[in-house]
Design a protein around this ligand. Structure first.
Ligand SMILES: [Zn+2]
Length: 97
């Protein structure tokens, strides 16, 4: 799709939204989609890629970086939970110990 078609209307009369795919096959690739997609009130399944297909090498690198970021976020959540539990245990010991 050409950039000149940004702002097009979809089948149900809504202005199509430019969204970004984060699937492993198309990470970061933008597409036009209906804002009503998935709602029962209007059946509209507009879907049209905006960006060209991503070459294999950049796709593999992007997917690897996304996976690494997710792992780091999970590790940070676990670390934060560990410290919250430590504070709770410490408070319990100070109050009831
Ligand atoms: Zn629509």
């Amino acid at each position: 799709m050409e950039a000149g078609r940004v702002g097009q209307f979809c089948h149900c009369g809504c202005r199509a939204e430019l969204k970004t795919s984060w699937t492993s096959t198309n990470p970061g690739r933008r597409f036009f989609g209906c804002p009503n997609f998935g709602r029962n009130t209007k059946k509209c399944n507009l879907f049209e890629w905006f960006d060209a297909e991503i070459a294999d090498r950049p796709r593999i690198v992007i997917v690897g970086l996304l996976k690494k970021r997710s792992e780091m976020e999970n590790a940070r959540k676990h670390e934060r939970m560990f410290w919250v539990i430590c504070v709770i245990v410490l408070l319990y010991l100070v109050i009831f110990g």
